[in-house]
Design a protein around this ligand. Sequence first.
Ligand SMILES: Nc1ncnc2c1ncn2[C@@H]1O[C@H](COP(=O)(O)OP(=O)(O)OP(=O)(O)O)[C@@H](O)[C@H]1O
Ligand SMILES: [Mg+2]
Length: 268
Amino acid sequence: MRRGRSDRGALYERGLAVVMPGRRPAAEEVTPDAPPGRLTVRGLHAAYGRIEVLHGIDLEVSPGEVLALLGPNGAGKSTLLKACGGRLRPRSGRVLVSGADVTGKGPAALAHLGLCSIPEGRGVFPNLSVRENLLMWTYGGASRSEVEERAFERFPRLAERRNQRAGTLSGGEQQMVAFARALAARPAVLLLDEISMGLAPLVVSELYAVVGDIAAGGTTVVLAEQFVDSALEVATRAAILSQGRLEQTGTPQEMAGAAAASYLGKSG
Ligand SMILES: Nc1ncnc2c1ncn2[C@@H]1O[C@H](COP(=O)(O)OP(=O)(O)OP(=O)(O)O)[C@@H](O)[C@H]1O
Ligand SMILES: [Mg+2]
């Protein structure tokens, strides 16, 4: 049965719809000279139902950069990543990847265009084995053996557990599966939401070391993180989001103090 527009909208907000009844991008929205992997966000507004959460975000992140999105709980960090990653349809504004307008495209279409995200909660399939989880990403172009080789080289612990159900892995190991899947797609842009959630500090620093390697390979990385210190160690730039607006952007050093003030509800 065909779904009506409102049904599709509801599915989209729940992150279930993959393909959008997209508006055609206006010609002037495409910037053909943008480098591959540049992520551009223009005037982005996003809402849940009638409540607007992002009130006009402008952002540009270039290949090799790691942008840390900081800000208090409820600031809109996850919402911004969802809107960029095709998991929430923006109310208005544009998202461009490598100069092409991708506004309204779903996660699968974006993966083909080189943008991958690891959402909060990791997004691994608990009832599938480690290997089966990895294979979900082979449509990115890599072969099955290539994907496994790359994953197990990066995370030897997963090799020992290749046939284990992902749902029975530890939190850190599940995050490794999520990372390995994202890596399999060789993304030009990688969006990471709270990768440290519930993990021991040692695992967090292991994962951030991987993030650093990924960025060094030329991938554009945007990450949201409450664990400010780990995020700022790997970030090349940081932005503070507060009540759905980007308050400040600067070097990680500049933003470290500002982030603390923002979390305490002070300004500046
Ligand atoms: N699915 C949803 N439906 C309705 N409101 C939502 C939904 N998800 C988030 N919100 C609201 O949107 C606002 C921004 O939430 P968001 O998850 O983007 O914040 P965040 O900066 O990621 O916070 P945190 O640091 O706690 O992860 C919050 O007020 C939140 O309650
Ligand atoms: Mg969040």
